[in-house]
Design a protein around this ligand. Structure first.
Ligand code: ZN
Length: 136
C-alpha cells in the first residue's frame, strides 16, 4: 500500500523540485511539522493581485517536498483569490480523500488521506502559503 502513496509524479517532484529557492524581496512564511521534521519556507511576490513569482525552500520527507514543489507550479501566475481556493481544495482533498475536479497533478497526493501520520506532511506547504499570502 505504501507504494501507491509514492506515485511517479510525487517521486519526480521529490527528485527534481521545481521553483526551489527564495523570491528576493517577497513576502514569506515558515512552516514546521514536528511529527515528521519537515521544514518549509514559502516566498512569493504579488503584483496586480497575481502571484507573479513563488518559490520554496526547506528540508523534509518526499511527501512534503513534492507537495511544496507542486504547490509552486499550481499557483504560479494565478490570481491570489484562485490560489487560496486551490489551497482550500487541496487541504479538503487530503482531509477527506476525495479529489475534486481540476486539481490536476495535485490529485496524485489524494492517497495521503489513507496515512493520517502523513497528512501534515502534505498540507504543511499549503498552510504556509496561506500565511505568506496574508503577509503579501
Ligand atoms: Zn513529512
Amino acid at each position: 500500500m505504501i507504494r501507491e502513496l509514492y506515485q511517479e509524479v510525487i517521486l519526480d517532484h521529490n527528485r527534481r523540485p521545481r521553483n526551489k529557492g527564495v523570491v528576493e524581496g517577497g513576502a514569506y512564511a515558515h512552516g514546521h511539522n514536528p511529527l515528521c521534521g519537515d521544514d518549509v519556507t514559502i516566498s512569493l511576490l504579488v503584483s496586480d493581485a497575481l502571484i507573479s513569482n513563488v518559490a520554496f525552500e526547506g528540508r523534509g520527507c518526499a511527501i512534503s517536498t513534492a507537495s511544496a514543489s507542486m504547490l509552486t507550479e499550481a499557483v504560479m501566475g494565478k490570481p491570489v483569490d484562485e490560489a487560496k481556493e486551490i489551497a482550500e481544495a487541496f487541504v479538503a482533498m487530503i482531509t477527506t480523500g476525495e479529489a475534486p475536479q481540476g486539481l490536476g497533478e495535485l490529485e496524485a497526493l489524494a492517497g495521503v488521506h489513507e496515512f493520517p501520520s502523513r497528512v501534515k506532511c502534505a498540507t504543511l506547504a499549503w498552510h504556509t502559503l496561506e500565511e505568506a499570502l496574508l503577509k503579501s
